[in-house]
Design a protein around this ligand. Structure first.
Ligand SMILES: O=P(O)(O)OC[C@H]1O[C@](O)(CO)[C@@H](O)[C@@H]1O
Length: 582
């Protein structure tokens, strides 16, 4: 096997020489002190959920010259009140909640805010610092705003290590899934709403994603970074996670930790949770890539996708590796009305599997056998769940042998799972936690506990007419040749007409012309070691991509070309492109 050339830390170069980023607590405090010396007196240090408060306070409290330091937590409602307020959205379920309508202001107790503001006044013309989630609301007339942002993947790692609490409560002892659920459905929604309001007012962004290695850039430098990012192809920083069915393929191809038990998922383009690295000189500042979606919405998504999805990035690319691993859980995803009513999501988890590679042989489980009796199948699933018997998948589910480069559509409501031996590039709608597991093959999760099964939700959404004959016609390799030219050919590979994503595959030895046509494109190099993305008008610098890398071409880019490059010069490459049908 050739050495891995997949880049794990892609970045966007913002400044060739670093002018805008300071590193280390001393330099950061000096910068803030310079602003204080120039007359700024009211300093708000607003934080996202998941920062390490102890580290930031130890780094800044003594070093930043102030007369009064107020912890924004002083102005919060009591934990009991917060638990009660958030309960309808957090719920008792182990996995699912409801997308909240709460704002950070709802966490604050008006009387306590008033008291904190009175306290601030006692400093007279002295310097007041308010620190923490909600600081900018406690000190709304701030004249310097420092925003400590966090990428969601790093927050999740901190939750697993029990290092952080959710907003307004002390719950780092809780199970990861419970903390994640509160983050996903409540905290991050409320914190994002505040971030969007503050965006234009941010003086400095503090990056503490790497503990012990703080960095700070001006709000203007971040905005410049976002603008550069959406004027060219770029990648977000992938993350990889083990799982009970995980495989060994990504370890080699993506050069991951060989000592890990396995890697199941590789999230290569989920801007909600990935990071964006903005490079200043040789310093990388890590920011949540969702910021681009919030603050460069039209340039990134294009006005039509924006108007349909709001400031959400609708397309997700991730990897599911079962090479030398197991089957995914046998599962189904909610229909649109179900995800809207039960969980408050706008759109549902429509999926597709693109088989990037196969280890010998691999099957996909997709659709039901003909003439399945729904009641009998649900009863058998329940019995399997109760440990009374093994679920007879052969009786109920259709299995299809897969080949490298096969592409299957999985509209919500279709039962499915990828079987052992397959390396899947999943090209799907962004929601990804709304999986109703029906059967987990009698195995345990990596934590030694059974993973939550959701037969009750599942039975409400399974489309019983999605049988083998339906799958064959509507979901399996919907490949249609569309055109060809000098050194290239184009095919449509899907998705099913019920899904909003269109996928196009190009096989090429020469240059292929693409156009975003005003909507964001997401691509992956599914064949070939290297290709180069270029602007026919030199609008952006040539961008080299490697095998299996996912990259985003913002709507604002318009025309671009892709051709084999470097080691792949003269050889046939393949790209898979996804965009929203508009
Ligand atoms: O539920 P499992 O077995 O972990 O399945 C894999 C998961 O990965 C996803 O495909 C998300 O990428 C979910 O649909 C699915 O739940």
């Amino acid at each position: 096997m050739k050495t891995a050339n997949y880049q794990k830390f892609p970045f966007v170069q913002v400044e060739k020489e670093n002018k805008s980023c300071v590193t280390g607590w001393e330099a950061i405090a000096t910068k803030i002190n310079d602003d204080i010396a120039s007359g700024k007196k009211l300093i708000a240090i607003e934080t996202y959920q998941g920062v390490l408060n102890d580290e930031i306070i130890a780094g800044l409290k003594d070093a930043v010259k102030h007369d009064l330091w107020i912890d924004a937590a002083e102005a919060f409602k009591s934990e009991d009140e917060i638990l009660k307020m958030t309960y309808p959205d957090v719920t008792d379920d182990r996995i699912f909640g409801y997308i909240t309508r709460l704002n950070i202001s709802d966490y604050l107790d008006n009387a306590k805010v008033e008291a904190a503001q009175q306290k601030a006044k006692t400093a007279g013309s002295g310097v007041v610092v308010v620190y923490g989630v909600g600081a900018s609301l406690v000190l709304p007339n701030f004249d310097l705003l420092v925003y400590a942002d966090m990428a969601r993947w790093e927050i999740q790692l901190r939750m697993r290590k029990k290092l952080v609490n959710n907003i307004g409560i002390t719950n780092n002892h809780e199970e990861f899934s419970i903390q994640y659920k509160r983050g996903f459905f409540v905290d991050w929604r409320a914190a994002d709403r505040l971030k969007k309001q503050l965006f234009k007012k941010i003086d400095y962004i503090l990056d503490t994603n790497a503990a012990g290695s703080p960095k700070m850039i001006t709000g203007a430098a971040a905005q410049k970074g976002y603008q550069i990012s959406v004027s060219r192809p770029f990648r977000v920083v992938p993350f990889f996670d083990p799982g009970p069915w995980g495989g060994q393929w990504m370890k080699e191809v993506m050069d991951l930790d060989r000592s890990a038990v396995n890697f199941a998922w590789g999230f290569d383009c989920v801007p909600e949770e990935n990071s964006l690295l903005l490079r200043f000189g040789d310093v990388d500042v890590e920011l949540p890539s969702i910021n681009l979606v919030f603050f460069e919405t039209n340039n990134l998504l294009g006005p039509k996708v924006h108007s349909r999805f709001g400031d959400e990035f609708p397309i997700r690319f991730d990897f599911l590796d079962t090479v030398e691993g197991g089957n995914l859980s046998f599962q189904v995803h909610p229909l649109t009305e179900y995800i809207q009513e039960k969980f408050g999501m706008h759109y549902t988890q429509d999926e597709s599997y693109y088989y990037l590679d196969i280890d010998g042989s691999a099957d996909v489980y997709l659709g039901l056998q003909e003439n399945v009796d729904p009641e009998e199948m649900i009863a058998d699933l329940r019995a399997a769940q109760n440990g009374e018997k093994h679920f007879d998948d052969e009786k109920y589910v259709k299995r299809w042998p897969m080949k490298k480069h096969d592409h299957i559509s999985i509209p919500a409501g279709t039962v499915h799972c990828s079987g052992t031996g397959g390396m899947v590039l999943e090209i799907s709608a962004t929601p990804y936690i709304f999986t109703f597991k029906l059967w987990d093959w009698g195995r345990l999760g990596l934590d030694g506990k059974p993973r939550p099964i959701n037969i009750e939700h599942g039975k409400n959404v399974i489309q019983w007419d999605r049988t083998a004959s339906w799958v064959e016609k509507h979901a399996l390799n919907l490949v249609e040749p569309l055109g060809e030219g000098d050194g290239w050919r184009e095919e449509r590979t899907g998705l099913n007409e019920l899904q909003f994503i269109e996928t196009r595959r190009h096989w090429f030895t020469g240059k292929v012309s693409h156009n975003t046509n005003g909507g964001v494109n997401v691509l992956n190099l599914v064949e070939g070691r290297e290709a180069i993305v270029e602007s026919p008008t030199n609008a952006f610098e040539p961008f080299v991509v490697h095998y299996a890398e996912t990259f985003i071409v913002p709507a604002a880019v318009g025309e671009y070309t892709i051709r084999p490059y470097g080691e792949s010069e003269g050889q046939e490459c393949g790209t898979l492109k996804a965009y929203v049908r508009i």
